[in-house]
Design a protein around this ligand. Structure first.
Ligand SMILES: [Zn+2]
Ligand SMILES: [Zn+2]
Length: 327
């Protein structure tokens, strides 16, 4: 049943022009710069949209932005061992972006094809990141001690190398890849929060993180090949039922405003991720088509509505969107 539904959705997206092209997976394997939307969801525990996680593969570097719910399943679904991730980079410390960390860290330590990390677990993120990782080390001290004694797993591959980074800093320069933190605005009480610009081989990708309408981000995203931005919407009737819904929306960017940001940055390809589509169960959430149509009132460039496991090949001649595999 689910398979039929997913197939229908893919057809619908192609029909609406959400997916500009598709390539066989072999082409994806050869590409030197690509982005995989591992999870395009938010806190609701849906099967079709896992928690926020975006993998950037640049040269031989695998850099994961956020580790939401189900990130390990999504990695291994694409046959990427958890230990292959060189860096985990956090946009901010909201739980939906970090609940997958322990799984990635500890399951990636195991001596199985899906694990096998070779060095320390490297985590970068805004202030609070070092603290968060210290807390996790404490929480899992029993597991670490026990597995080291019992399974003889090495200490060096469960070791944590966590660093707080500051806004504007270029904190990864390795293997031809450069990653720079961009300060974004996720709300007065939700600081710090970052987006990121990733540069490789004369091309660039910008990830918004969670943010309200933010001109600084548009400025920093100018000329990007791919710009992936979070989006949020609700039906007007829902906002009348309780103040709570407006508070959530106020921390994010509406489809029209994301359109404005895209129009100003003019990326070669723009995509929605982190789809906040609010519902109380009675009033339906906005549809993907609603999000798309609303963004179209302010932006007429290339636009894709992200799905879990969608891939973007950031080539020298433009960005190709590869639809999610069907199995
Ligand atoms: Zn979020
Ligand atoms: Zn957030």
């Amino acid at each position: 049943m689910r398979r039929i539904k997913a197939g229908f959705l893919a057809v619908m997206l192609v029909t609406l022009g959400f997916i500009s092209a598709s390539l066989p997976s072999q082409a994806a394997e050869k590409a030197d710069f690509q982005v995989v939307l591992l999870g395009t969801g938010t806190p609701p525990p849906f099967m079709h949209r896992f928690g926020p996680a975006t993998l950037v593969i640049a040269g031989d570097k695998y850099i994961l932005f956020d580790a939401g719910r189900g990130v390990t399943q999504r990695l291994w679904q694409d046959k990427i061992p958890l230990g292959r991730v060189d860096y985990l980079v956090l946009t901010h410390l909201h739980s939906d972006h970090v609940v997958g960390i322990s799984d990635l860290w500890l399951t990636g330590w195991l001596n199985s094809p899906f694990g096998r990390r070779k060095g320390a677990f490297k985590v970068r993120g805004p202030e609070g990141t070092e603290n968060l990782m210290k807390g996790l080390e404490q929480a899992y001290a029993w597991d670490i001690k026990t597995r080291m004694a019992d399974q003889k797993l090495p200490a060096k591959t469960v070791a944590v190398d966590a660093k707080n980074i500051s806004a504007g800093s270029t904190f990864i320069v390795e293997g031809g890849v450069k990653v720079t933190a961009i300060e974004v605005n996720h709300g007065k009480l939700i600081k710090p929060a970052f987006g990121y610009r990733i540069e490789y081989g004369g091309r660039s990708v910008v990830i918004s993180g969670d943010t309200k309408f933010n001109e600084n981000l548009a400025e920093k995203a100018k000329g990007a090949d791919l710009f992936v931005h979070a989006v949020a919407a609700a039906k007007p009737a829902l906002l009348k039922t309780a103040k709570f819904w407006s508070v959530i929306l106020a921390h994010h960017t509406s489809p029209e405003d994301v359109g404005r940001i895209f129009a100003s940055a003019k990326p070669k390809m723009a995509a929605f991720t982190h789809l906040v589509t609010l519902t109380n169960g009675k009033i339906k959430p906005p549809s993907l088509k609603d999000l798309y149509d609303r963004a179209r009132t302010t932006y007429d460039g290339p636009l894709t509505v992200g799905l879990d496991r969608m891939r973007f090949i950031v080539g020298k001649d433009g960005v190709t969107v590869v639809k999610p595999p069907t199995k």
